[in-house]
Design a binder for this molecule. Structure first.
Ligand code: 3H9
Length: 702
């Protein structure tokens, strides 16, 4: 017997169809088939006067089953189900709670009346997966709410509240919590008795064609620059223009062509990979419940510390900021306050929300004040002795069972853990700056870290709205270890003949938010300089070392904050190419006896990406990352890797690993030490496998 994923119950003359496909009522093939069959059967069922469609569990429906997308498209499609509902001769009312997303909303748009709980949210987020709403959404939503409103929703993928949905005409009524399905039944009875069918295809929000086309153009013009490398937004604009110009059927045909183009695009593969990779990373890698965390102390009120404080306050924690003296504490508090002021200005928070958050915030200069904290996050200066001194104080004052976390981005968490009497309570929580904005959290498990401490890191990330990635201990963990290597590849390219501007341009053209030299100017050259000095004693004497960055730092050209770096910042803006920098580079080349040669944009991308992929494979070999997709998540969320390419290892799979290995071997003829192929890469190529094969294995932390 096939599984029942749509149940039907007849209540008087109302047929109630309930989608029951946990966890999010995704529209799998079985759901679509059973829903379609039930609505069709009701047509000839005399006992049925009208239909209510609702969802079991936590939401109405999150749309197409993302794991099925990309496989063969099977009938009935979401659009066919929506049309079957729309053309039903008996009224259909949908009752929405939780979420109506993507295909879920498209099904609802096919109905004759939409009623919702006040807390429900609505979105057509397909664009985030490289798709357009292919279940009739591009045609029905604009007919209902107007072209401008519809195209904004579809191009952003953002969700709107029930209140906003009612205001724009997307839903017809908001019911009290708990009475949703009863209200829907009542409504369908009324409509059946009065013989009313309100079909979305007859809605008139597009009746002024010229105005509708203008609205699409206006939204598109605003987004074109941002979306220019992506397929889906342009196809959404085409489909909504078609909705304004043509009949529903003709518009649906344009939608179908656009959808097929999006499905065939590698961007769709990259974006869906990124979505699934994030979901996979979020699962705790240990079989243990986390510890209860209510109050958190943050040591250090600098940029990082204050960002972490803001993130914690936003998530509802009681937070204490610790600083060494009153002046530093006042400065730290000022930074937190500035973050909240910016949130008010941008509309992310209102005055009441900020006041409520700040009531949970306190500061101290005395360790004994944090004795009762459940979690302490040290975000002090990046120096092992400073960290050890702080952890020794924490060891002395903190209550038993408190978790002691360090936000170090490079230092040895095992060494920090070994310096206290409760090593199993120590963990790395590596936030990315600005910590209240960036979604990535590297959860660094030291050798002695207890499983429930790791689980707490994962639970904390979820509460903060961040994506956790488990990392082992090594210099730079996952992200910064790879960063070091691809930055080296960029430095070699620069010394060998490409200008920093050509390198940035090639990589920005590839899709990185910023090239490596623009990024260095933004983050400040002094940090990297200090790291290089720290590592100088242990550097392999045979390893190539490019001195150009040091030469800039010696002149105080630390980047944006100094007004000069690789670029000149004479006035606020993106920075100008600097002939003085090119002269310094030329001088360095001469001193090294390097004859500059030209690199095409493609060669620049090939070297940069090969370095990234090779180091990522070494990280997997070393057991620092649990699976390839975690590395993709890290690079997408933390290092500006273009999401629509999925991440470096998805990119490598799509390019083909043999080609990447061939490139590495070619580059190795100049520098065999740097370009030594990772054993895992050699193995995968030999076996004819790819990184995705390793994602499929269920992984747990050892
Ligand atoms: C679409 O509809 C195309 C149409 O136009 C049709 C064209 C013909 N499918 O996030 P959570 C899983 S495109 C399959 O932790 P939350 C998720 O992976 C689709 N699985 O919970 C996770 O599984 P696991 C457009 C899905 O409460 C579990 O559900 N729709 C789907 O924080 C729980 O998820 C979207 O893009 C799905 N559609 O948030 C919706 N959705 O535990 C994307 C979720 O094994 N989804 N799962 O890792 C979301 O935005 C959030 O998941 C949601 C729940 C808000 C629903």
């Amino acid at each position: 017997m096939r599984d029942e994923v749509v149940s039907s119950v007849l209540d008087g003359e109302v047929l109630v169809l309930t989608i029951n496909n946990p966890p999010v009522n995704a529209l799998s093939n079985a759901v679509r088939t059973q829903l379609q069959a039930a609505v069709l059967a009701a047509r000839s069922e005399h006992a049925v006067a009208g239909i209510v469609i609702t969802g079991a569990g936590k939401c109405f429906s999150a749309g197409a089953d993302i794991r099925e997308l990309g496989g063969e498209r099977t009938h009935p499609w979401t659009g066919e189900v929506a049309t079957t509902i729309e053309t039903s001769t008996k009224p259909v009312v949908v009752a929405i709670h939780g979420h109506a997303l993507g295909g879920g909303l498209e099904i609802a748009l096919g109905a004759h009346y939409r009623i919702t709980e006040p807390s429900a949210r609505f979105a057509l987020p397909e664009v985030r997966l490289g798709l357009l709403p292919g279940g009739g959404g591009t045609q029905r939503l604009p007919r209902l709410v107007g072209a401008g409103q519809a195209v904004r929703m579809m191009m952003s993928g953002d969700s709107i509240s029930a209140g906003d949905a009612a205001e724009i005409g997307l839903v017809d009524a908001i019911s009290d919590k708990g009475t949703l399905v009863d209200r829907a039944k009542e409504q369908v009875r009324k409509m059946a008795a009065a013989g009313i069918l309100r079909r979305t295809c007859d809605a008139t929000a597009l009746s002024d064609t010229a105005a509708s086309l203008k609205q699409v153009d206006e939204v598109w013009k605003k987004l074109e620059g941002k979306a220019k490398r992506q397929v889906a937004p342009a196809r959404i604009a085409d489909a909504v223009r078609a909705a304004a110009l043509h009949s529903l059927d003709d518009g649906l045909a344009v939608e179908a062509v656009g959808f097929a183009e999006c499905m065939a695009s590698p961007q769709r593969q990259g974006l869906i990979h990124a979505f699934l990779a994030e979901k996979r990373a979020t699962h705790s890698p240990v079989n243990a419940p986390g510890r209860d965390i209510r109050s958190v102390a943050v040591i250090g009120g600098g940029t990082m510390g204050s960002g972490i404080v803001a993130a914690l306050l936003n998530a509802g924690f009681e937070v204490m900021m610790m600083e060494r003296d009153e002046t530093s504490l006042a400065a730290g508090k000022e930074r937190v306050s500035a973050i909240f002021q910016r949130s008010i200005k941008s509309g992310r928070l209102d005055e009441t929300g900020v006041a409520c958050a700040l009531r949970r915030f306190a500061g101290s200069t005395c360790y004994s004040d944090i004795a009762t904290a459940d979690l302490v996050i040290e975000a002090a200066f990046e120096d092992m002795n400073v960290k050890k001194a702080i952890f020794s104080e924490l060891d002395r004052v903190c209550k038993q069972g408190a978790i002691l976390a360090t936000n170090t981005s490079y230092l040895d968490v095992n060494e920090i853990a070994a310096s206290v009497c409760r090593s199993s309570d120590v963990i790395g929580l590596h936030f990315f700056s600005p910590a209240h904005v960036m979604k990535l959290l590297e959860v660094v498990a030291a050798e002695a870290t207890a499983p429930d401490v790791i689980a707490t890191g994962f639970e904390l990330a979820k509460k903060l709205g961040k994506t956790p990635v488990l990392a082992g201990v090594c210099d730079g963990f996952i992200g910064n270890r790879i960063l070091y290597v691809f930055r080296e590849a960029a430095n070699f390219l620069m010394e060998d003949g490409a200008s920093p501007y050509e390198i940035d341009e090639a990589l920005e053209e590839f899709g990185f938010a910023m090239g490596p030299f623009r990024t260095a100017d933004l983050t400040g050259g002094d940090i990297g300089w200090a790291t290089r000095q720290r590592k100088a004693a242990n550097r392999d004497p045979h390893a190539r070392y490019v001195r150009i960055a040091d030469a800039l730092c010696e002149r105080g050209w630390f980047g944006q904050k100094a007004g000069r770096g690789y670029y000149r910042y004479d006035e606020p803006g993106r920075g100008l190419c600097d002939p003085d920098v090119l002269e310094i580079i030329e001088r360095e080349r001469k001193e090294r006896g390097v004859r500059a040669r030209r690199f095409s944009g493609q060669e620049i991308v090939d070297r940069y990406l090969a370095a990234m992929v090779n180091e990522a494979a070494k990280i997997l070999d070393d057991g620092i990352a649990l699976r390839p997709s975690d590395i993709d998540v890290t690079m997408v969320l933390g290092y500006g890797f273009p999401r629509w390419k999925g991440g470096p290892l998805k990119y490598a799979d799509m390019e083909g690993l043999p080609g990447i290995l061939k490139n590495i071997r070619t580059f190795a003829t100049d520098d065999p030490l740097f370009w030594k192929p990772a054993p895992l890469l050699l193995f995968l190529v030999e076996e004819g496998k790819c990184f995705e094969d390793l994602n499929r294995k269920e992984k747990k932390h050892a």
